[in-house]
Design a protein around this ligand. Structure first.
Ligand code: ADP
Ligand code: MG
Ligand code: MG
Ligand code: K
Length: 346
């Protein structure tokens, strides 16, 4: 069977995707699978790389296609990836990859693929939609105000008053559709709120303003289709106040604590909320569910990431490793879940 590994992509998380892809290439079971590399450039071109039948000696196999300038692969029309007896692994993060667009395309060309379907991907990527669904499910989350660009332009004063009437400073302002902390800022007063909204609108016409809180950040990994399994929570131990893009990917200021040192009750609640949110969003395959935990042991669900960072050392695979599921076996499970969902739909 062939695994079509889609990586790179048009989002800010392009480089993270390449790292995840290399980890997968090193761990996939070549006794059963061949891997067709398909790289998506930052400007959205699809490049067909080599077909791997064994573990690559080094990452030059991916570097071949890293750069649009000296890309050696062949530029292809996306629909030509279609073939029988193949499963797509859309190892793409953020908009244009994790948000339902690629998933819709794969549905259209009728190929099985790893991870969440169209609706779950789109709702998981959109912070406003996620909030609405969690609210309907009765899952605790921080207070928020959705702020659409049109309404903001029409009457900014009303938006300020609405935010200040519902929330206290500091507030967190985010584009609705984004990831990796891109476009997110913290606002301490009205002027900063104004600037933060302008920043968020660079990325999306939909923004969300949230109550800023001081909290630890804990995460639970979820795996399954109908039969949903969760891991113990892990903690992102920050030595920075705001877990932004730089601290996530550039400065490496993140330390993971697995399992997180939390009470039994918090542990249980985190797993319960993660599972409930996943089911409410219609999850399949995998997701990483992220929480805030205050020093009063209040737990707030922040978001679900339907295609979380997937290097061997990322939180998602590390949480499963701790539960006894090895990285290679995790990939195998994801392939089987993809096939199962595809068969059920036929
Ligand atoms: P992304 O999808 O980009 O990861 P998040 O909502 O997870 O967006 O926000 C990124 C980071 O910003 C979080 O991991 C956290 O460190 C910080 N953050 C986000 N919202 C809040 C909030 N309401 N209060 C305090 N910190 C927050
Ligand atoms: Mg996210
Ligand atoms: Mg996040
Ligand atoms: K998300």
């Amino acid at each position: 069977m062939k695994i079509v590994l889609l990586y790179g992509g048009r989002s800010a998380e392009h480089d993270v995707s390449i790292l995840s892809a290399f980890s997968v290439l090193n761990a996939i079971y070549y006794d059963y699978y061949q891997v067709q590399l398909v790289f998506i450039t930052k400007d959205g071109k699809w490049v067909k790389g080599p077909l791997l039948t064994e573990k690559p000696k080094n990452d030059s196999v991916l570097k071949l296609t890293w750069d649009t300038e000296d890309a050696t692969g062949e530029i292809i029309s996306p629909s030509t990836i279609k073939e029988e007896n193949a499963v797509v692994f859309p190892l793409l993060h953020g908009p244009n990859g994790e948000d339902g667009t690629i998933q819709g395309f794969l549905e259209t060309i009728d190929m099985p693929y790893i991870g969440a379907g169209v609706l779950t991907s789109a709702c998981g990527m959109d912070k406003i939609m996620t909030k609405y669904i969690l609210q309907a499910a009765g899952i605790p989350q921080v207070p928020y105000v959705p702020v659409l660009k049109n309404l903001w332009k029409e009457n900014p004063k009303q938006i300020f008053e609405q935010c200040e009437g519902t929330l206290l400073y500091p507030m967190f302002v985010k584009p609705a559709n984004m990831g990796s902390s891109v476009g997110i800022s913290k606002a301490e007063n009205r002027e900063e709120l104004q600037n933060a909204l302008q920043e968020a609108y660079k990325y999306d016409t939909r923004a969300i303003v949230e109550q800023g809180i001081e909290a630890r950040e804990i995460e639970v990994a979820i795996l399954g289709n109908e039969d949903v399994r969760t891991t113990l929570a892990g903690e992102i131990v920050k030595d920075v106040a705001f877990y932004d893009y730089n601290s996530k990917y550039i400065d490496n200021q993140i330390v993971m604590q697995i399992p997180a040192e939390v009470t039994e009750d918090v542990q249980q609640k985190a797993q319960e909320f993660a599972k409930k949110a996943y089911v409410m969003l219609g999850g399949s395959g995998l997701s990483r569910c992220d929480f805030f935990l205050t020093n009063k042991n209040e737990l707030f669900l922040n978001e679900l990431n339907t295609m979380p960072g997937f290097t061997q050392y990322s939180m998602y695979p590390s949480l499963w490793e701790k539960m006894g599921l090895k990285y290679g076996d995790l990939i195998e499970e994801l392939i089987q879940l993809a096939l199962k969902r595809y068969e059920q739909r036929q």
